[in-house]
Write a protein that binds this ligand. Structure first.
Ligand SMILES: Nc1ncnc2c1ncn2[C@@H]1O[C@H](COP(=O)(O)OP(=O)(O)OP(=O)(O)O)[C@@H](O)[C@H]1O
Length: 261
């Protein structure tokens, strides 16, 4: 697949990350066009999570550039939500003391409506109070909608710690979706899920209606949902192409066989 003429919502150019003497990413470039589902795969330790962490601003690269909507961009974790970028965590990472709904509202909270922006200049205390209540109501509605979309609205008032792992993974997805992101970053969303859950997940990803960047070990999922796949091995990009191209690439097979040996 060629992405030459497509608007690149997010792009990484010649990204290099070092941890002491270890090069975790070595001159990695990636285009994530608007509306596409782009996968990043590779054996353990290949640099997939590091790539995510660079985009989220958790890790500072030694070299390379990131552009968002064609403009140079230096990511900062606290700005992601406002910029419409949401990320799930590899595990389930929910606050144990909050209900499922409250956890998902945390994801929804930074989402700003047009009305909110329009009223930003208002100074009166009463107006501010009304806006705050409106925001909370909106975030609750967004959270409930996301929980419903993920099929777990029935658990809204439960504490996540007591719920089965697969349900918590769905809650984690709902948390990311609640902010209505334009770029959804999924870090191993299929980890620990059974085949039926993975089929559900594939449908959710395909129907997400956003740009998706997916790091995943589960090959069937990656091959079935991604438009394009980047393969990393020891931090180096070894292949980039459609699922069919990646499946037929000997370098990819060798990287995985080497990792299994
Ligand atoms: N904060 C860190 N400090 C030092 N080394 C790190 C750090 N984060 C990652 N690494 C190393 O960088 C390399 C890439 O790690 P990374 O977690 O990005 O790989 P990965 O492809 O996501 O692996 P996995 O599939 O096991 O999650 C590994 O050798 C890892 O040990």
């Amino acid at each position: 697949m060629s992405t030459e003429n497509t608007a690149h919502e997010l792009a990484l150019d010649h990204m290099t990350v070092r941890f002491g003497g270890l090069t975790a990413l070595d001159d990695v470039s990636l285009r994530v066009p608007s509306g596409r589902i782009v996968g990043v795969i590779g054996p353990n330790g290949a640099g997939k999570t590091t790539l995510f962490n660079v985009i989220c601003g958790f890790v500072t690269p030694a070299a390379g550039e990131i552009t968002l909507d064609g403009r140079a961009w230096r990511p900062r974790p606290h700005q992601l939500n406002r910029l419409g970028i949401a990320r799930t965590l590899q595990g389930v990472g929910q606050f144990g003391g909050l209900t499922v709904l409250e956890n998902v509202q945390v994801g929804a909270r930074g989402h700003r409506s047009t009305g909110e922006r329009a009223g930003r200049e208002e100074k009166s205390r009463e107006r501010k109070g009304r806006e705050k209540r409106g925001r909370e109501k909106q975030s609750e509605m967004d959270a409930l909608e996301a929980l419903e979309r993920c099929g777990v609205a029935d658990y809204a008032h439960r504490l996540p710690g007591a719920l089965p792992y697969a349900i918590r993974k769905r809650v984690e997805l709902a948390r990311a979706l609640a902010s209505r992101p334009r770029i959804l970053m999924l870090d191993e969303p299929a980890g620990g899920l059974d085949p039926e859950e993975i089929r559900w997940l594939a449908e959710l990803i395909k129907g997400a209606g956003t740009t998706v960047l997916l790091v995943e070990h589960h090959m069937d999922l990656v091959m079935s949902v991604c438009d394009e796949i980047l393969v990393l091995d020891f931090g180096k990009p070894i292949a980039l192409g459609t699922p069919a191209e990646i499946s037929a690439d000997d370098k990819v097979t060798e990287a995985y066989l080497g990792a299994a040996a």
